[in-house]
Design a protein around this ligand. Structure first.
Ligand SMILES: Nc1ncnc2c1ncn2[C@@H]1O[C@H](COP(=O)(O)OP(=O)(O)OP(=O)(O)O)[C@@H](O)[C@H]1O
Length: 265
């Protein structure tokens, strides 16, 4: 498991006459954690889908360590890229351990059983998301947050070089949100993660990419990107941004008033 460089190069994705993602370019250096933020409908999930190969972009390329991900065999991509997504279907008639073990599939041949190393990785992944106690439970009986943690464990067991997550903290209580985001930073993988909570994103990500109407509006370190002006332009909210005295990360406080008009509004 070594981190891969991700290059999204001029990606445009359309559905019918609609542009979901428009000319997006973004490079994630090996080992970097990039937070994808933006309002509802700004194209975050759509962009992620072009990266984990669900929606093929009409133009542009997604390159992982220099190779166009859309030209690689599916199995090879699955050894390199893992995704934790919202619509994972997730009504498996399987135990939690069996779901996490699915993460090992791309690394094995058909009908190969779990090796001791697979078992060790599955145990590690379950422990990493605090799901060891759930091991033998039927997956479809879990709560939303428990399921989410198990799906993250499945992605971890895959040992990806690139990990793509769409709102992974959805359903999670605050402790598990902090644990999961802290874990992402420590993985030997490059991470692209869509998040709505700007303060969590600011603290846990090396850089933030702001999408608005399918386009990149800002890309850079959280302290450069999260300004009251940008938040007014993109989200239409008033805010104050300070540097947290303990963490050193930018901290956004949303204000009740309407934002002042911006030049484009
Ligand atoms: N298959 C599709 N056909 C037509 N429009 C689509 C399709 N998929 C998504 N869209 C539209 O594309 C836009 C971007 O959707 P997307 O799910 O990528 O946004 P998002 O930033 O992930 O939003 P959210 O924060 O609400 O999850 C939305 O306006 C959505 O309605």
């Amino acid at each position: 498991m070594t981190a891969a460089e991700l290059v999204v190069d001029g990606v445009t994705l359309t559905a019918g006459a609609r542009r979901l993602v428009e000319d997006v370019s973004l490079t994630a250096r090996a080992g970097e954690v990039i937070g994808l933020v933006g309002p509802n409908g700004s194209g975050k999930s759509s962009l992620l889908r072009t990266i984990y190969r669900v929606l093929r972009p009409q133009t542009g390329q997604v390159r992982v360590d220099g190779t166009d991900a859309w030209t690689l065999p599916v199995r090879q991509v699955a050894r390199t890229v893992a995704a934790v997504v919202q619509e994972s279907g997730a009504d498996f008639d399987l135990t939690v351990r069996e779901v996490v073990a699915m993460g090992r599939t791309p690394h094995k041949r058909l009908l190969d059983g779990d090796t001791p190393q697979d078992a060790e990785l599955i145990d590690w992944a379950l422990d990493a998301v605090d799901a060891t106690a759930l091991t033998d439970r039927p997956f479809d009986q879990l709560s939303g947050g428990e399921r989410q943690r198990v799906l993250i464990a499945r992605a971890l067991a895959q040992q990806p070089s690139l990990l793509v997550l769409d709102e992974p903290t959805n359903h999670l209580d605050i402790r598990h949100q902090l644990d999961v985001l802290g874990l992402l930073r420590r993985l030997p993988a490059t991470v692209l993660v869509a998040l709505h909570d700007l303060n969590l994103a600011a603290y846990h990500c090396d850089r933030l990419c702001v999408l608005d109407h399918g386009k990149v509006t800002a890309l850079g370190p959280p302290a450069e990107v999260l300004t009251p002006r940008l938040l007014a332009e993109v989200y239409g909210v008033a805010s104050e941004v300070t540097v947290h005295p303990r963490t050193g990360a930018p901290q956004v406080t949303f204000l009740p008033e309407r934002p002042p008009p911006t030049p484009n509004s």
